[in-house]
Design a protein around this ligand. Structure first.
Ligand code: PGA
Length: 262
């Protein structure tokens, strides 16, 4: 069975003090959810929970996350390991803070900060070489979907991002399908739309690697996920979890999504 994963992407939210409050609440809610009535028909207890705070809260989150059994992710990093790159953060720095994962290729990095496929590829290679697992985001914009380019966009992002990544390294990668038109808009993808894109991604990974590698790859959905809409998406066979922005800022709304994992 594929690994189930639920990721909180806090983006540019939460000071250190707010991070402490979040984990305090999470710690009190998690045991209740774990022993809840729906546990037997969901993946509450075997889901890997990951939280991605801003860089400034990583150190605070690191200790608190461990106490809750939650893994830590960074939201970005530079492709060089060190050097004259004012304002940037490297993979070894993130590892030293206890990060296990790093989110790369997020649509806000691509479209607000104009990161290219080549830069994302360089970051993926460095992260893997440094022992960080990668949550690699791909997804099409609205105009691309409307002009029937969804699959060609995904194909390009996957081919360029994963170029030169070997089979062993691929097992350290999680892919997040995040249609740009669904991120932060409240406009979630239809379950069938998510499934179609996830199936395409798995097929592409099969072509690039092999069937077993593709079958083992966790593919997360992201874009306006909340507890109320995730059950149907999560029931799709190729959806293995979620990357959650807005609804991850409160421990309660984040953890309620866990109860919908199927
Ligand atoms: P959202 O963000 O859940 O607020 O749409 C998801 C993301 O950007 O990862």
């Amino acid at each position: 069975m594929r690994q189930k994963i639920l990721v909180a992407n806090w983006k540019m939210h939460k000071t250190g003090a707010e991070t402490v409050s979040f984990f305090k609440e999470l710690k009190s809610l998690l045991p209740k959810i774990m022993s809840g009535t729906h546990v037997s028909d969901t993946h509450v207890s075997d889901t890997t929970i990951v939280v991605a705070p801003p860089f400034t809260s990583l150190e605070t989150a690191s200790k608190l996350a461990k106490a809750c059994g939650v893994k830590l992710a960074a939201q970005n990093m530079h492709w060089e390991e060190k050097g004259a790159f004012t304002g940037e953060v490297s993979a070894p720095m993130l590892k030293a803070l206890g990060c296990e994962f790093v989110i790369l290729g997020h649509s806000e990095r691509r479209h607000v900060f104009f990161e290219t496929d080549e830069q994302i590829h360089n970051k993926i290679k460095t992260a893997l070489n440094q022992g960080l697992k990668v949550i690699f985001c791909v997804g099409e914009k609205l105009d691309e979907r409307e002009s029937n380019q969804t699959f060609s966009v995904l194909e390009k992002q996957l081919s360029l991002g994963l170029a030169g990544v070997n089979k062993a390294q691929l097992s350290e990668i999680v892919i997040a399908y995040e249609p740009v038109w669904a991120i932060g808009t409240g406009k979630v993808a239809e379950p069938a739309q998510a499934e179609e894109a996830h199936r395409f991604i798995r097929r592409k990974v099969w072509d690039m690697y092999d069937m077993d590698t593709a079958a083992a790859l966790p593919i997360l959905y992201g874009g306006s996920v909340k507890a109320q809409n995730f059950k149907a998406i999560s029931s799709e066979p190729n959806v293995d979890g979620a990357l959650v922005g807005g609804a991850s800022l409160e421990a309660k709304s984040f953890i309620e999504i866990l109860e919908q994992m199927s």
